[in-house]
Design a protein around this ligand. Structure first.
Ligand code: FE2
Ligand code: FE2
Length: 300
């Protein structure tokens, strides 16, 4: 057995707290990262998959500071951008510069194979109000981003679909995991509540699912963005959305890979006070139900 960690939405470098479904406590992130460093030293994963919204501020300095925080965890990691990372025209250049050593191929779209499991990382773009697909956001969205991302849309550009299809052909012998910031599917109905804040999902997730359905070696899609956990199996494909670290339940996934299966386990920090500080009574649904916290994916 070997394991990797799926970590999401660290929102590092912000000095502003807020509220999403629970209290969104970015100012506790330095302490959270120190605790995570100690906890991961015990767990000893082969690497960490970081599914976006790594930094909260759109500056070059914030990108490099968040890189330093992830480096300090002490394990190899594979980063990808989220809507908070890729806002400005310059954002991807900063990201590539900061994370160059961590990006196979030196780009934000990449694949790698680790001990017989293949991973494909995608980088959706912004869908503007006129439906144009652009790598950076519209100005009004940019100004409101820190407050409410509701209403924004993101989609995978056609050239990434072409790259993905080719990559899946070349590596068809390997069980494969897709990773990107935005879930391909909506939050499952069973987890929806009155007043739920829903950050949205991929605008062309249906096209992605169509492509993946022709490649049965693809076993899972690992995402973040919605700041809550869910695991949903659709047509044999496991959709795993992992919550945000500054927000209840402040947990990550321990993904254990065996010869015949992948097991997903959900882990809280050893210091449980971070989660309890964020929790608003009645809003613990962001931790998901039991089936959103543990799952087994057969590999044979
Ligand atoms: Fe986020
Ligand atoms: Fe996000």
């Amino acid at each position: 057995m070997w394991r990797f960690v799926h970590l999401s939405d660290t929102h590092l470098g912000s000095v502003v707290d807020g509220q999403w479904n629970n209290r969104f406590l970015c100012t506790m992130m330095p302490d959270v990262m120190n605790c995570l460093q100690r906890d991961l030293a015990e767990l000893n994963p082969d690497f960490i998959l970081v599914t976006g919204d790594i930094a909260s501020h759109q500056t070059r300095d914030a990108t490099f500071a968040s890189r330093d925080w992830l480096d300090a965890l002490g394990f190899p990691y594979y980063p990808m951008g989220g809507n908070h990372d890729f806002v400005l025209e310059e954002s991807r250049d900063w990201f590539i510069e900061a994370f160059l050593d961590r990006l196979p191929g030196g780009d934000t779209v990449y694949s790698f194979t680790h001990k017989g499991i293949h991973f494909c990382v995608l980088d959706p773009w912004w869908k503007w109000t006129d439906d144009a697909l652009v790598p950076f956001s519209e100005a009004p969205v940019r100004e409101s981003l820190a407050i409410e991302p509701i209403g924004s849309r993101w989609a995978i550009p056609p050239h990434e679909f072409a790259w993905l299809e080719e990559d899946l052909e070349v590596y068809s012998r390997y069980p494969t995991i897709i990773a990107l910031h935005f879930p391909a599917i909506p939050i499952p109905k069973r987890l929806k509540r009155k007043g739920l804040k829903d950050a949205g999902h991929l605008d062309n997730g249906d096209i992605l699912l169509d492509i993946l359905s022709a490649h049965p070696q693809v076993k899972a899609v690992c995402t973040g963005h919605v700041h809550m956990h869910f695991i949903e199996e659709i047509d044999g494909l496991m959709h795993i959305a992992t919550g945000a670290m500054p927000e209840f339940p402040t947990e990550y996934r321990d993904v254990q890979v065996y010869k015949d299966r992948i097991e997903i386990h959900t882990c809280g920090l050893s210091d449980t006070s971070f989660a309890s500080r964020s929790l608003i009574p009645g809003k613990d649904f962001t931790a998901g139900t039991e089936s959103d916290r543990t799952a087994v994916i057969p590999l044979v």
